[in-house]
Design a protein around this ligand. Structure first.
Ligand SMILES: [Zn+2]
Length: 136
């Protein structure tokens, strides 16, 4: 449990940063949707939806952890460990879908970020996902 907890806490710190980025992402993606192929815009929207679903799962994991550690996890329902485990499974599923979608977009667009692997538009100067500078 302890190393799992440590991993989780590290993960949460990453998520906090990713969440701030997510908001910026949404704005970028909305702007970029103009002039993009409809299909690609839809794929990007779906990617964003999956990302926010993953954030929800993470915050629910955090809540379960908190209640469990505070000794306030309600009796009679499934255990906090079970709940967390199934949420982590959900996160894995979502991340797999996100990977597939990213790969699909990358295949259509033909260009990916060297830092994070996200699909980038042919004229992007910065990665729409992580903000890394892209070579021309
Ligand atoms: Zn990137």
């Amino acid at each position: 449990m302890d190393s799992g907890m440590k991993r989780f806490l590290n993960e949460m710190a990453d998520r906090a940063a990713a969440m701030a980025e997510g908001a910026r992402d949404a704005a970028t993606a909305a702007g970029k949707a103009v002039g993009e192929k409809k299909e690609e815009a839809a794929a990007r929207l779906e990617l964003m939806r999956l990302r926010s679903e993953r954030e929800s799962a993470f915050s629910e994991i955090g809540r379960a952890f908190y209640l469990m550690n505070a000794g306030r996890w309600p009796d009679g329902s499934e255990s906090a460990e079970h709940r967390i485990e199934s949420l982590l499974g959900r996160v894995s599923d979502l991340e797999m879908k996100m990977k597939e979608l990213t790969a699909k977009i990358a295949k259509d667009v033909g260009r990916t970020c060297p830092a994070c692997g996200a699909a980038c538009g042919p004229r992007d100067r910065f990665c729409p996902s992580c903000g890394a500078r892209l070579s021309e």
